[in-house]
Ligand binder design. Structure first.
Ligand code: B12
Length: 230
């Protein structure tokens, strides 16, 4: 079975396969492999969040979460039908605590799968969609051809997300494997600013997205899709 083709046909925009053996066993439910699944945010919606979140973005956020949950559950079901173990890390199974941390963040599975790198803004940046992706993961013991992990940032000297963040959450430092989140990004400052912006728009979830909108890789994705539409 071509798992990648199967997952793309379910509606994913990007898929990668990760060796998780370097992650502590209990964080990965004793399963060695992770499937990273991304859905791209509609470019027309991303282009309109330069000033912060709006209701259209919130609806898109909910649509993508629901779709990613559906894909992850279906993939896990299919793998189990083949006789292997599989756990879908859906939005309901990965509730974040007060520490704003989950045991095994989707971004960790994504960099191990070679999907992209961690930007200065702490988001996963992909070559094809920039940071305009939402993610999910499936853990399994089914072996498949693995991606090449990405351990270094490709952001270079760019500081656009640092400059745009009114919450001053982004410190302007390039990520590399092994860096603690707090050394380059302040999660509580981000949450505070995102909460403020979400409240202004009566949005229940804590969302913002200015760092997604400004990223040159996201801009390239928007431009490419606008050109395709012509
Ligand atoms: C808690 C949380 C928040 C918190 C804290 C954010 C944060 N960066 O930690 C708050 C409320 C502030 C927040 C805000 C937002 N969030 Co949020 N959030 C989460 C959540 C639920 C858990 C993240 C977590 O555990 N963080 C703990 C830290 C340590 O991990 P991390 O930052 O996620 O990732 C680090 C590790 O992956 C590490 N790493 C990378 N490779 C490797 C390899 C190894 C071996 C190891 C050990 C580590 C490692 O580097 C990363 C950076 O520090 C995830 C969903 C999930 N289950 O992953 C979404 C998630 C990270 N959020 C997401 C988004 C989009 C946002 C917002 C833009 C809101 C919005 N939708 O508009 C903002 C902006 C965040 C930003 N600039 O990073 C997306 C990110 C997509 C992407 N392109 O990266 C996620 C993945 C949700 C999703 N399903 O797609 N979020």
């Amino acid at each position: 079975m071509n798992l990648e083709k199967y997952i793309l046909e379910l509606g994913a925009d990007k898929v990668g396969f990760a060796d998780l053996s370097e992650i502590p066993l209990e964080k990965r439910h004793h399963l060695n492999y992770g499937i990273s699944i991304a859905k791209a945010i509609n470019p027309e919606i991303v282009v309109n969040i330069a000033e912060g979140p709006n209701q259209k973005y919130y609806k898109e956020y909910q649509r993508l979460n629901a779709k990613l949950d559906q894909i992850a559950l279906q993939v896990a079901k299919e793998i189990r039908a083949l006789g292997y173990e599989a756990i879908a890390k859906t939005t309901t199974t990965v509730a974040s605590s007060e520490s704003l941390q989950t045991d095994l963040p989707h971004k960790t599975v994504a960099t191990r799968a070679g999907m992209g790198w961690i930007g200065k803004c702490a988001l996963l940046i992909t070559e094809d969609y920039g940071s305009a992706v939402r993610l999910t993961s499936v853990l399994t013991n089914l072996e498949f051809p693995l991606g090449t992990p990405i351990n270094e940032s490709k952001c270079g000297n760019c500081t656009l997300c640092t400059d745009v963040c009114e919450g001053k959450a982004v410190k302007g430092i390039n990520w590399h494997l092994g860096m603690a989140r707090a050394s380059f990004y302040d999660a509580s400052a981000c949450r505070k600013e995102a909460r403020k912006k979400s409240d202004l728009e009566n949005i229940e979830s804590t969302i913002c997205g200015q760092c997604i909108n400004i990223c040159p890789y996201t801009r390239r994705y928007i431009k490419t899709s606008q050109e395709k539409a012509l």
